[in-house]
Every structure is written in structure tokens, then in C-alpha cells.
Design a protein around this ligand. Structure first.
Ligand code: SF4
Ligand code: SF4
Length: 73
């Protein structure tokens, strides 16, 4: 498991790029089951996400990125 961020920001979100293939690797990897498949590919349950960023590491095409940290609102 990757090292999570020290503090949990209420402003964060994960963006899933339209290039997402729906392979499901991020869903399987998420230790807190914060990712669920939807008709639009993937949705994040923010309250369940610990920001470990494992999903970003596992995505084979780099389709996930964080938004809402610092000035990157
Ligand atoms: S950052 Fe970690 S806890 Fe949050 S959705 Fe990704 S794998 Fe799950
Ligand atoms: S691992 Fe990447 S390509 Fe696969 S479902 Fe998740 S976001 Fe989409």
C-alpha cells in the first residue's frame, strides 16, 4: 500500500479521464472500497477515500488524477 497523504482535505476529488477503459483495476486495488463502477465508468465515494493514491499508481493508462489540492481547485 502506498503512503497516504498526511491530512484529509475536504476539497479534494479524483478525476477520471475519458480515456478510462473501465478495466476495474482501481476498484480492485482500493483498500477502502471507495471506487464503484457506474455507467460513466468510475465514481468515488469521498467519505470512504483515505487518499492513499493506490488507484492512481495502479491505473495502467494514467486516467486518474487528483484535483482540489492546494491551488489546484
Ligand atoms: S486514493 Fe486510495 S482510498 Fe482513495 S479511491 Fe484511490 S485507492 Fe481508494
Ligand atoms: S484503472 Fe484506470 S482505466 Fe482502469 S477502470 Fe480505473 S481509471 Fe479506468
Amino acid at each position: 500500500m502506498a503512503t497516504g497523504l498526511a491530512s484529509h482535505s475536504s476539497n479534494f476529488n479524483l478525476h477520471f479521464d475519458s480515456s478510462c477503459t473501465g478495466c476495474g483495476a482501481c476498484i480492485i486495488t482500493c483498500p477502502t472500497h471507495a471506487l464503484i463502477p457506474t455507467p460513466k465508468k468510475i465514481s468515488l465515494i469521498k467519505d470512504a477515500c483515505t487518499l492513499c493514491l493506490d488507484c492512481i499508481e495502479i491505473c495502467p493508462i494514467g486516467a486518474i488524477r487528483t484535483i482540489g489540492f492546494n491551488s489546484d481547485a
